[in-house]
Design a binder for this molecule. Sequence first.
Ligand code: GDP
Ligand code: IMO
Ligand code: MG
Length: 423
Amino acid sequence: MSNTILVGAQWGDEGKGKIIDFLTESADLVVRSQGGNNAGHTVLVGGKKYVLHLIPSGILRPGKMCVIGNGVVIDPVAVAGEIDGLLAQKIKVSPKNLLISDCAHVVLPYHRALDEQREFAKGKGKIGTTKRGIGPAYGDKAARVGLRMSDLVQPEIFREKLKRRITDNNAVLKAFGAKPLSYQDVLAAYEAAAAKLAPFVANTVVYLHNALKAGKEVLFEGAQGTFLDIDHGTYPFVTSSNTTAGGACTGSGVPPHRMDRVLGVMKAYTTRVGEGPFPTENAEISDFLHGLGREFGATTGRARRCGWFDAVATRYAGMVNGIDQVAVTNLDGLDSMATIKVCVAYKLGRKKLEVPPSDSDLLAQCVPVYEEHAGWQTPTDQCKTWGDLPKKAQAYLRHIAKLSGAKLKIASVGPNREQTILL
Ligand code: GDP
Ligand code: IMO
Ligand code: MG
């Protein structure tokens, strides 16, 4: 029996969804504990593509239980739509395989409107958010003026609380010069979603503790990545939750001593979507990968910024999350490269840094120190076992895992479930 926290070791989109789907085969439960529908987790099974935003990627495996924990912020209309989309794709979704925490906070239309207005007001200094209302929703949670799923499913309470919150937020929206929201329209849309979601809403803390007592194996599906963490990321170019391993505990109510290992997911190179410092960013790699039709955001469709593997970043991710093992994805993205660079330190002025500076402005000034590796220049996407991989690819994988301070556990050579090599 072992419980695993899976985290993104970079800036998100590391391929967490694909790895969760793979690992769910041998787990009983998959839990989301933070973030919202800013996440986009892609899974390809049997030639079909699924993009999960709020529902754990484990939902695609029959007989597995999925939980959306208290630390997640939920757009009820979006999650109801996601359930309908999965049902239309013949994936079973019911309270038998999905539960939603009654303590999870609700994302409301004023959160999305404020997200947009604040980004607009920032002009050039914008964060490049997904505009899903994530920042304002977590802001309300911290300010203790949020509505929770338990409010949503109690019609009278919801109506009253919503009215007050819309009045307050319309005043703010007006100050921004934005259109105020109609209470009746919001109420109608949210009451319809509430009716659909009510059977899924439960005290998931109690559910998870009973499952653990019964010896079930739990996978915690991180969203976003280490450098988007509200505390440890490249603030203010971050999301609004704790994307690092600790977030799995606070966001689910499962205590730290029940966690057995932390698995970090990282690409064989680096990507970032949205604004903010990115030391190893490289226009050639971006153009190359975009030319292959790769590295477009699963949630917003934006082109991701791409660059070389940054071991300074992943080493730090190892420290913050306590990463024991790594899964390296998108190895095949480097297949045709003659030379592959790996960033092993930063230069900041005359100083050499082994860890990223906490300050975003300083990180933006860092110049990567690279080592160069000869590429394998052989397709890897058909490789089924470790032995099938070119020797140079094996050496590269071992090397970046070692630089990150963790054991290599999984290598991924394509987006499909089968294109996964377990070591
Ligand atoms: P997540 O947010 O961490 O779940 O990652 P995303 O789904 O947003 O982005 C990862 C992208 O890489 C998706 O398009 C996946 O289908 C794709 N992917 C994952 N692993 C591999 C791999 O090993 N090779 C290739 N070619 N694509 C991969
Ligand atoms: P997954 O789970 C990559 C980024 C946004 C923006 C910043 C803040 O698929 O890895 P937000 O909407 O959260 O306020 O945006 O965070 N971001 C992500 N980038 N993958 C994600 O999720 C992301 N979720 C948010 O682009 O820079
Ligand atoms: Mg993603």
